[in-house]
Write a protein that binds this ligand. Structure first.
Ligand SMILES: Cc1cc2nc3c(=O)[nH]c(=O)nc-3n(C[C@H](O)[C@H](O)[C@H](O)COP(=O)(O)OP(=O)(O)OC[C@H]3O[C@@H](n4cnc5c(N)ncnc54)[C@H](O)[C@@H]3O)c2cc1C
Length: 466
């Protein structure tokens, strides 16, 4: 199969990596086919991942600069890679290219006076959270994958997660970046400054650029005081529509610290995968939390309960016990691996303005019905960001084609509702074809001009995003 989105004339005819191997310390560059194999795919196992000629496992920014300079001299594609947990084929390797893996660069320093974490890109999100917590501080962004994804990948995809509804996404916490550009130059952007409007907003430009504009080698992340204790409320509904209407009502009135949705199929997938006493008969489940201070917490939970009951919840349960609450959050986090255990997946990440959440979920159900495909849904519902998960049998070509048709149709539905094809996972390679439909020709042209200005040879993550 062709490498997705990489034009044939962009891929050099097998450049010999010997010069690159010699330029870096022993062990940094891998070229053995079995060693390289594990760097070809991300979690999505997107169609058409290529085979790189080498993998550079950088130990320091200087190694990244050296590798990119070599690639620029020879016109070799460079795919930056964090922990490979991406869900859009963003770190899929390119035939004849190199992968620059940041997994060995994991240092973390906490500056308690400035409340800033200085982090190398390979550190796992969970490690940054733990390092901050050791000083009574908190790094809020919390993708469900926080134990298996890296800060570099989070910055490159502008990762979201479960507490975005109140605390925002990765870009809200990035104060500064070190970035290796496409010619191998290392630049430093921003600093430990809460406010800084000097020059163009280049930090924001690199956040979410999915490895197409530069390689992040260090991030300065804003920390906040530790989160206050949370109360959890879980409500079941007879169907997804009623649950989605409850979400709209809650968000019209409150800003909870978590507001997640699971439908019947995802509840049952989790129960099959790891029994957690979820109600298998529920049409949908909302998991909500409040971390409001003192008495405000129970006032907020009571208000959420009121909205769920008014919308027609069949059962409502609330607890101040953190372990009990975490059990429900854990069930929500398990949804992807649980559903994955049932077959191959195509993972959507579509989002709409919150009031249109019921419309989006209704359209997803129509697509499932019309194309005869199974599409369980989990959602960061409080953000209007949903993950319809298309399950198919990869052994049946016709089923696979229907799954891909459903994937495209759902993105088209989101765009028609004024939404987005991706709320947090990034465009990568799997959603690239739909990006012009969302952005339109003028915005695509500006995007292309920025890419061409920063990466004139087009060597950085070719085939991803645009
Ligand atoms: C079970 C599961 C649950 C998930 N839940 C969430 C969720 O709740 N929210 C969410 O946002 N995501 C979620 N994800 C997706 C994924 O974990 C995130 O996209 C994460 O940010 C990717 O990090 P990574 O280190 O694995 O990056 P990779 O997959 O290695 O790379 C992702 C992209 O970033 C680029 N990149 C990586 N490192 C760098 C760098 N240092 N410099 C420049 N570019 C770089 C790559 O080229 C690629 O385009 C989930 C994934 C799984 C498997």
């Amino acid at each position: 199969m062709d490498t997705i989105g990489v034009e044939a004339d962009m891929v050099p005819n097998s450049v010999d990596p010997a010069e690159l191997v010699a330029a870096l310390p022993p062990g940094v560059v891998l070229t053995a086919p079995d060693a390289v194999e594990k760097y070809r795919n991300d979690w999505s196992k997107a169609r058409g991942a290529g085979t790189p000629v080498a993998v550079v496992r950088a130990h320091q920014a200087g190694h990244v600069c050296e590798a990119v300079r070599w690639a620029a001299r020879h016109g070799v594609p460079v795919v930056p890679r964090g922990a490979g947990s991406g869900l859009s084929g963003g770190s899929s390797a390119v035939d004849g290219g190199i992968v620059v893996s940041l997994e060995r660069m994991g240092a973390i320093e906490i500056d308690t006076a400035s409340q800033v974490a200085v982090v190398e890109p390979g550190a796992f999100t969970s490690e940054v959270k733990a390092a901050a917590a050791a000083h009574g501080l908190w790094y809020p962004p919390d993708p469900s994958s926080y134990e298996i994804c890296s800060i570099g990948g989070n910055v490159a995809t502008n990762a979201g997660g479960l507490c975005c509804v109140k605390y925002g996404v990765t870009s809200d916490y990035v104060l500064g970046l070190d970035v290796v550009l496409a010619d191998g130059t290392l630049i430093t952007l921003g600093g430990k400054r809460i406010k800084d409007v000097a020059g163009l907003s280049l930090v924001k430009l690199f956040v979410g650029s999915e490895g197409t504009l530069g390689i992040v080698t260090r991030a300065l992340l804003r920390l906040v005081p530790a989160q206050l204790p949370r109360a959890t409320m879980v409500a079941t509904f007879s169907d997804v529509d009623t649950a989605a209407r409850a979400v709209v009502a809650i968000r019209g009135r409150l800003r909870p610290s978590m507001l997640e949705l699971m439908d019947n199929a995802s509840i049952n997938a989790v129960e099959d995968f790891r029994p957690m006493a979820l109600d298998r008969a529920a049409g949908a489940l909302l998991v909500t939390q409040s971390d409001a201070p003192a008495a405000a917490r129970s006032i907020e939970v009571d208000a959420m309960r009121e909205e769920c009951e008014r919308a027609g919840a069949t059962e409502v349960f609330q607890t101040d016990d953190p372990d009990e609450g975490d059990m429900f959050v854990e069930a929500r986090r398990l949804a992807f691996p649980a559903i994955e255990a049932r077959g191959s997946l195509l993972l959507e990440d579509v989002g709409v303005p919150v009031p249109l959440l019921p419309d989006l979920l209704a359209r997803v159900a129509e697509v499932a019905e019309e194309l005869g495909v199974e599409i369980p849904v989990v959602a960061h519902a409080g953000d209007g960001n949903t993950h319809p998960i298309i399950v198919y049998d990869p052994g049946v070509a016709e089923a696979e084609e229907r799954a891909y048709a459903a994937f495209d149709r759902i993105m088209a539905c989101a765009i028609a509702l004024g939404g987005t094809i991706t709320g947090e996972h990034g465009v990568g390679r799997t959603k690239k074809a739909a990006l012009p439909d969302q952005l339109g020709p003028d915005v695509m042209a500006v995007t292309r001009r920025i890419k061409d200005a920063l990466d004139p040879q087009g060597i950085l993550n070719p085939g991803a995003v645009m």
